[in-house]
Design a binder for this molecule. Structure first.
Ligand code: COA
Length: 259
């Protein structure tokens, strides 16, 4: 598929999805959000893709929802915009294939929310994070009020949400918003290296980790433990578990097939 505002590049089972509206700092207008939805569905379905890296073209990751479009929204349209974006970001979050945000620059508003919907965030030293919606008389509408406190705790999340302050990558790392900070020139390589490390493992096990941590956080501990045991049992019936355990015992690298 071809896209107006996205670039998709696939190699070595890794898809790199680049938001490409650099003159607007990759701001997410409705058209770009729609394309993100189509792209994540395409990449989830493609058999030649096992993991996804999301990044931005130019000096921004994504500088937020397109404020030009927000400026004229009426309540019903705004609610519909939030629900549509939330559903699309959820497709990233629930992807059984790992999704890494390689945050190259501004990740503000919807851009920070998009990074939060990814499984892991690697930031360049040039990255900046923030939820400045309150400065516009708004709140985040693409999941920021829900994912940020789950990731960094309510107090830290409310500090960012209520001040609208913009923080650098080092502070993002300190808060737990960012997994790793690297020099700007090393971002793409670091994201690929971490993805390659993930993709050396059993794909069914990766999908199970994503599912059980994602759903488990919304459950009681006992329900989450039950879900973990369910996946643990299912994986015991796979060829991948037979291969992974046998390869260890035979002191050789495993050859996973995803069945
Ligand atoms: N929506 C629409 N356009 C945006 C945008 C957004 N969220 N963020 C940046 N842009 C546009 C600017 O309007 C400008 O367009 P123009 O050249 O046609 O005037 C272009 O991108 C470059 O941005 P500019 O503001 O000139 O760059 P800067 O380096 O001076 O400032 C930011 C960078 C990120 C600090 C500033 O663009 C900003 O505050 N953006 C909005 C962030 C925000 O509030 N996001 C949450 C939205 S819910």
């Amino acid at each position: 598929m071809t896209y107006q505002n996205l670039i998709v590049a696939i190699g070595e089972r890794i898809a790199t999805l680049t938001v490409n509206r650099p003159d607007k700092l990759n701001a997410l207008n409705d058209a770009t959000i729609g394309e993100l939805g189509a792209a994540i569905d395409e990449l989830r379905a493609r058999p030649d893709v096992a993991g996804i890296i999301l990044t931005g073209a130019g000096r921004a990751f994504v500088a937020g929802a397109d404020i030009g479009e927000l400026a004229s929204q009426a309540p019903e349209a705004a609610r519909a915009r939030a629900l549509r974006g939330q559903a699309i970001f959820r497709r990233f979050e629930t992807s059984p294939k790992p999704v890494i945000a390689a945050v190259n620059g501004f990740a503000l508003g919807g851009g920070c929310e998009l990074a939060l919907a990814c499984h892991v965030r690697i930031a360049s030293e040039a990255a900046k994070f923030g939820q400045p919606e309150v400065k516009l008389g708004l709140i985040p509408g693409y999941g920021g009020t829900q994912r940020l406190p789950r990731l960094v705790g309510r107090g830290r999340a409310l500090q960012l949400l209520l001040t609208g302050e913009i923080i650098d990558a080092a502070e993002g790392f300190r808060l737990g918003l960012v997994n790793r900070v690297v020099a700007a020139g090393e971002l793409a390589g670091a994201a690929r290296a971490m993805m390659a490390q993930m993709l050396a493992n059993g794909p069914l096990a990766l999908a199970a980790c994503i599912d059980v941590t994602g759903r488990g956080l919304d459950m009681t501990l006992d329900d989450g433990l039950a879900l973990e045991a369910l996946h643990f049992g299912d994986l015991a019936g796979t060829s991948d578990m037979t291969e992974g355990t046998r390869a260890f015992l035979e002191k050789r690298p495993p050859q996973f097939t995803g069945v």
